[in-house]
Design a protein. Structure first.
Ligand code: ADP
Ligand code: MG
Length: 301
């Protein structure tokens, strides 16, 4: 069946059928706006859009994986702030001829992760698109003020640390089948332990994350090439510049670095925060300083 055969309202009813409302949600899908009970925590808001033929193609994409990834990218952003995801709205722009079973798959993927993380799907918008499909998810989250972690607070002398390994999605040509882990628990543990001075997720690539973190913090960085944890099957270039993995990259004051061992997950020290004037550079295993090759993926370039 095509989306156009159900029509906007039929399609919304169809997609919303399997979405359940959770505790913090006073009114979910079905009214003019969703209603959420506010708490004393800080509200986090993040959004991400996936566009046909930019981020995925209709031909070789598994829509359950696509849905999962669309939500996962948002969850990773909430995690990187030290927070917990709570509720999401989903906006779809759809070519009328799109098969409804692709959308069922999409929602199955979104729901799988939403259920696991107790994220409420509280609404969205459904519109027709004359030129290809777009899916946009906006995710709300919350964080207690003292656990908030930002990009802009790294200090000269801090060490640069990461979770996990890098380059797997790039080594697999960014197939939607590769579902990298999301470091929600690790981020919460880091925030709670007060060990990181600043944090960012690595979705645009390791080097790009360093560039963004240093830009926001008005500092520079040295990345030690030989310390970069490379996923099996990937090469150094893919690990440095690939992206689409949801690892955490964070700065830790040297005095706190020993306490990292108390955390029950793998952390690698990959570099150091230096003066802004020294820029962001990569140091190879012979101490040779390289300038960075590119800054990772960028739209409109
Ligand atoms: P309105 O005309 O007031 O914007 P809609 O008819 O667009 O309302 O939506 C009706 C309800 O369905 C709203 O609660 C809205 O949030 C929800 N909704 C619409 N599209 C989607 C979607 N793609 N996924 C989840 N919920 C949706
Ligand atoms: Mg609407």
């Amino acid at each position: 069946m095509k989306a156009s055969q159900l029509g906007e309202f039929g399609l919304i009813d169809h997609l919303a059928k399997n979405l359940k409302k959770g505790k913090g949600t006073v009114v979910g899908i079905g009214d003019d706006a969703a209603v959420i009970q506010l708490t004393t925590k800080l509200l986090l808001i993040t959004t991400d859009a996936l566009v046909q033929d930019v981020h995925f193609t209709l031909k070789n994409t598994n829509f359950a994986d696509l849905g999962y990834k669309a939500l996962a990218a948002n969850v990773s952003d909430i995690a990187a702030m030290g927070g917990r995801p709570t509720a999401a709205v989903i906006t779809l722009a759809l070519p009328p001829g799109l098969a409804v079973n692709k959308l069922d798959d999409l929602y199955r993927g979104i729901n799988r992760l939403a259920k696991k993380l107790k994220v409420d799907l509280v609404g969205g918008d459904t519109v027709a698109s004359p030129n290809g499909m777009m899916i946009s998810i906006t995710l709300l989250g919350e964080v207690v003020p003292k656990n908030l972690l930002r990009r802009s607070t790294a200090k000269v002398g801090d060490l640069i640390c990461v979770t996990g390994k890098f380059g797997l999605p790039a080594a697999n040509k960014f197939s939607a089948r590769i579902l990298p882990p999301i470091r929600l628990k690790e981020a919460a543990a880091l925030a709670k332990a007060k060990l990181a001075s600043a944090m960012i997720d690595s979705s645009d690539g390791l080097v790009r994350s360093v560039v963004e973190l240093t830009k926001a913090s008005r500092v520079g960085a040295r990345l030690w090439e030989e310390r970069v944890p490379i996923a099996s099957g990937a090469n150094l270039g893919q690990a440095l510049y690939g992206g689409e993995e949801y690892e955490l990259l964070f700065a830790v004051p040297k005095a706190r670095i020993k306490s990292l061992k108390k955390l029950k997950f793998g952390i690698s020290v990959v570099g150091e925060i230096v003066n802004r004037g020294a820029g962001v550079k990569i140091v190879d295993n012979r101490g040779k300083i390289k300038t960075i090759r590119s800054k990772g993926f960028e739209h409109f370039k």
